[in-house]
Every structure is written in structure tokens, then in C-alpha cells.
Design a protein around this ligand. Structure first.
Ligand code: PEP
Length: 244
């Protein structure tokens, strides 16, 4: 199965960083069974699309409005994203849930908006440290309504909040258990959902990426900090090859 590696720039990088970033990826990369993707700030979508020609990336946004169109200053709609050659958007990243008080109902609406435009939704879920014992309950709540979505345009990203940007990666056993749970939850609803990819995210770096990705249950990686330096990200990706 092809694995999906998504870099998340968050609110980092400047316009002037875009050209040098993609230049690093313009050589022929030995990618087998890997699709590379980047979630960039919406303001950078157009320049990224121009600079990423002849690189192996597909492009997406980090968030989308829950509203269709209209007087929502500062928002970017799914219709607007789909009017450019964009493939996906993240929804429900823990930073959105935590700092912008997004509920699971809002996250679901956003995923529906994306799919209505033929875009992929990468729906992020994950528990905080205090919730770790009850991670199943938390994930179940965060996936409420998921069966109203189109599984063919859905990816789930499991990102334990305590592992994001902390350098504290989940253990392989933690990752395996959470992924097995999410996969079994998805398979219960409808057989079509068993093929939905489940990514892992949370302090993935050059030394742990390969072992995490070699777990059968892990369909790919969502990588924040380690995707910011292009040479480091390129080395991380090249290092994945032999294990796939
Ligand atoms: C993320 O941005 O979703 C993420 C997992 O960040 P980091 O890799 O820095 O922990």
C-alpha cells in the first residue's frame, strides 16, 4: 500500500523561503510506494504550486472554513481551495481544536465542505496527556459523524497531543494500539472505511520515521517540525525507502 507523507508548515516560513525549499527536491528522488504532500499556509498556495513543478509533492491547506461562502472575513472556503490545483486540507488539527475551540461538529462540517468540492480531508484526532488512559473514548468522539463522509476522499491522522512539537514521540506499541483501534472503529461502520489510511503524527524525525512507518497499521506520517528544513526533510524521506 502506498504510504502518504505529509509535511505541515503550520504558521512558519516566508514567501522568500519557497523557492529554496522546493529547489532541494528538484532532483530525481528514489520514491517507491510513497506519496509526498505539503500542507502550507493558504497565502502560499499559489507560489508553492509554481515552485513545486518537477518535485514529487501534492499540495494542500492546513484548514478550511466551515462556511460555504459569503461575509466571513479572513476565512478561506473549500470552493476557493478547489478553484486552484489543491488536493486536500487538514481539518481538526489539535492546534485548531485547542486554540480556536473547534468542536468535532465543526471539524466534520469542514471535512464535508472539502469533500463536496472533490478534495481530500485529512481529519486529525488525538488525545491529550490527561486523556491518554481514555484515548478510545476521545477518538470515538472526535470521529463522530465520520460515516457521513466519503471514505474515498478521507484520511485520518492520529496525533497524540502530548507528542506534537514536544520531541516526545509515542512508542511503537502506543502507535500500534491507537491505529488498530481507529482501524477497527472505521471498519465497524461500513466496509468501505477499512481502506481509509491512518497516518501517525507527533515528533516524527529522521531517526524514528522509518520504524514508525514500517508498522503495517500506519498508512503514513504527518510531520511538522521535521518538514521545515528542506534538506533534513529530504534526508528523512530518502531514509524511508528500504523499509517499504
Ligand atoms: C503536526 O504538525 O501535526 C506535528 C505532528 O508536528 P510535529 O511533527 O512538530 O510534532
Amino acid at each position: 500500500m502506498e504510504k502518504l507523507i505529509v509535511g505541515n508548515w503550520k504558521m512558519q516560513k516566508l514567501f522568500s523561503d519557497i523557492h529554496p525549499y522546493f529547489k532541494v527536491f528538484k532532483h530525481k528522488m528514489a520514491l517507491k510506494n510513497i506519496q509526498l504532500a505539503l500542507a502550507v499556509p493558504s497565502i502560499f498556495i499559489k507560489p508553492c504550486l509554481e515552485e513545486m513543478i518537477n518535485t514529487p509533492f501534492i499540495l494542500g491547506a492546513q484548514d478550511v472554513s466551515e462556511y460555504e461562502e459569503g461575509a466571513y472575513t479572513g476565512e478561506v472556503s473549500a470552493v476557493q481551495l478547489a478553484s486552484m490545483p489543491v488536493t486536500f486540507s487538514l481539518v481538526g488539527h489539535s492546534e485548531r481544536r485547542q486554540y480556536f475551540h473547534e468542536t468535532s461538529a465543526i471539524v466534520l462540517k469542514k471535512a464535508q465542505r472539502l469533500q463536496a468540492q472533490g478534495l481530500f480531508a485529512i481529519l486529525c484526532v488525538g488525545e491529550t496527556l490527561e486523556q491518554k488512559k481514555d484515548f478510545k473514548k476521545i477518538i470515538q468522539e472526535q470521529l463522530k459523524g465520520v460515516f457521513t463522509l466519503n471514505p474515498a476522499h478521507l484520511v485520518v491522522a492520529y496525533e497524540p497531543v502530548w507528542a506534537i512539537g514536544t520531541g516526545q514521540t509515542a512508542t511503537l506499541e502506543d502507535i500500534k494500539q491507537a491505529h488498530l483501534y481507529i482501524k477497527s472503529f472505521l471498519s465497524e461502520g461500513s466496509r468501505n472505511f477499512s481502506s481509509v489510511k491512518v497516518l501517525y503524527g507527533g515528533s516524527v524525525n529522521e531517526s524514528n520515521a522509518s520504524s514508525i512507518l514500517s508498522l503495517d497499521e500506519v498508512g503514513g506520517l504527518l510531520i511538522g517540525g521535521a518538514s521545515l528544513n528542506p534538506s533534513g526533510f529530504e534526508k528523512l524521506i530518502e531514509g524511508l525507502g528500504p523499509n517499504l
